[in-house]
Design a protein around this ligand. Structure first.
Ligand code: PMV
Length: 354
C-alpha cells in the first residue's frame, strides 16, 4: 500500500531568536523566541510511504530514498508552478537528518513502511534563511499526511520541533508566533500571537552569499554557552520579549524595530565570542547594515535582522518596501533581493514532486 502527500511550509524570520539549546536533540531552546512567518520563502515536500514492501530495521532504512529538486538559476515563487529541476540525491548531512526524522515519525505513527521523499526550497538553502524551519515543517506535515494520520497544530509543532530544528516548531503557524524555551517539558509547542492580517509587515531580504554556511545552527546552539556573554544575553531577554510582544500587539513599528536590531546584534556577538568563534557576517553584510542605517537617517522606516548566516532581512512597513528593495538591490555586494511578507502557515497540496 502506498500513501502520498505533499506539503508546503513557510520559512520564518525570528524577531527574538533561539540561540542555545536546553535539549539540542529535540529542538528545545534555552530561551523563548518570536518570529514572523514568511510567504515567499517556502519549502515543498512530497513523501510517499510504502507499506507492505518493508523488510524492517536496516533493510527498511536502506530502501528509503531522499531527493532534493536541484535549483535552477531562478528561485520560483509559490504559485509560479511546479518546481522545475531534476531530482538529485540529497546531500549526506541533510539526508541523515531527514532519515532520522522519518524514523521518528514512523515510530510515532506505529507504521511499518519505507519512504521516498523529495524536497524543494523556493530560496537558497542553509544560508541563514531558515530553510531547516520550512523544510522540517513541510517534511513533518507531508509525512503525517502520507501515513494517513491527523494532527492538531499543537501536535504538528511538537513533531516538527523534534526534528531538532526548534524554529520548525514556529513554521507550522502563520502570522506572528512564539515558541517557549528554558527547562520546559518535551511537549512544548509554538502558539500564534497574531494572525498574518493583524499587521502587514514586509521582509526585504538582501542576499550577499547564497552558498550554505560553514557552521550549522545546530553547531551554533551547542557552542553558544561557551561565550562569556551568553548569561548576560539570557538575562536581557525577558525584557526584550515583552517589548516585542507589546510592539506586535500595538503594531508599534518604532518600538519593534530597535528591539529587533539589538537582538540580531546580540546573537552575532554570542556567535563571534563562542569557542571556537563563528563569523557568519561577510563584508556585504556590513554594507547592507550601513545602507539600512542611512535609509533611516532619510526617514525610511526599516530595521535589520540577521539569522545564522550572512544575509540580511530588512523589516519594514509596506510603504517603505519599494525604497528599501531598490536601494539595497543597487549595492555592489547584493546578489539578489527577495521581497517577502508576513504570511500563512503550511498546507497540504495536490501538486506532487514525485
Ligand atoms: O531551528 P534551528 O536549529 O535551525 O535554529 C534557529 C536559529 C536561528 O535561525 C538563528 C534563530 C531562530 O530562532 O530562528
Amino acid at each position: 500500500m502506498r500513501g502520498k502527500a505533499t506539503a508546503t511550509a513557510p520559512a520564518n524570520i525570528a524577531l527574538v531568536k533561539y540561540w542555545g539549546a536546553h535539549d539540542l536533540s529535540s529542538g528545545i531552546p534555552l530561551n523563548a523566541s518570536i518570529s514572523m512567518t514568511l510567504s515567499r520563502c517556502v519549502s515543498t515536500c512530497t513523501v510517499e510511504a510504502r507499506t507492505g514492501d518493508a523488510a524492517g530495521g536496516a533493510a527498511r532504512e536502506e530502501s528509503n530514498e531522499v531527493y532534493v529538486v536541484a535549483p535552477g538559476e531562478h528561485w520560483p515563487a509559490p504559485g509560479e508552478g511546479r518546481a522545475q529541476g531534476e531530482l538529485r540525491p540529497a546531500p549526506d548531512a541533510f539526508a541523515r537528518r531527514v532519515l532520522d526524522h522519518l524514523e521518528r515519525l514512523r515510530r510515532w505513527a506505529g507504521a511499518d513502511c519505507s519512504f521516498r521523499v523529495a524536497t524543494h526550497n523556493s530560496f537558497p538553502s542553509g544560508a541563514g534563511l531558515a530553510s531547516s524551519a520550512s523544510g522540517f515543517a513541510a517534511l513533518t506535515l507531508a509525512t503525517v499526511g502520507a501515513l494517513g494520520a491527523e494532527v492538531t497544530a499543537e501536535e504538528l509543532s511538537i513533531l516538527a520541533r523534534r526534528s531538532g530544528s526548534g524554529s520548525a516548531a514556529r513554521s507550522v503557524l502563520g502570522g506572528y508566533v512564539e515558541l517557549p524555551g528554558g527547562p520546559v517539558p518535551d511537549d512544548v509547542y509554538a502558539r500564534q500571537l497574531a494572525e498574518p492580517g493583524h499587521w502587514d509587515l514586509r521582509d526585504v531580504i538582501a542576499i550577499v552569499a547564497a552558498e550554505p554556511k560553514a557552521v550549522s545552527s545546530l553547531e551554533g546552539h551547542a557552542r553558544a554557552p561557551s561565550s562569556p556573554y551568553f548569561r548576560e544575553r539570557l538575562a536581557c531577554l525577558a525584557d526584550r520579549l515583552t517589548v516585542v510582544r507589546e510592539a506586535l500587539a500595538r503594531r508599534d513599528f518604532d518600538l519593534l524595530g530597535p528591539a529587533v536590531e539589538e537582538e540580531a546584534v546580540d546573537l552575532h556577538l554570542i556567535a563571534m565570542s563562542s569557542s571556537p568563534p563563528i563569523f557568519y557576517w561577510r563584508p556585504g553584510t556590513l554594507e547592507v547594515l550601513e545602507a539600512v542605517r542611512r535609509l533611516r537617517t532619510e526617514g525610511v522606516k526599516a530595521y535589520f535582522t540577521i539569522d545564522a548566516g550572512p544575509n540580511v532581512h530588512v523589516i519594514c512597513p509596506p510603504d517603505a518596501e519599494e525604497t528599501v528593495a531598490s536601494r539595497l538591490g543597487a549595492l555592489g555586494s547584493v546578489r539578489e533581493i527577495i521581497r517577502d511578507r508576513v504570511g500563512p502557515g503550511p498546507e497540504l497540496i495536490e501538486e506532487h514532486l514525485l
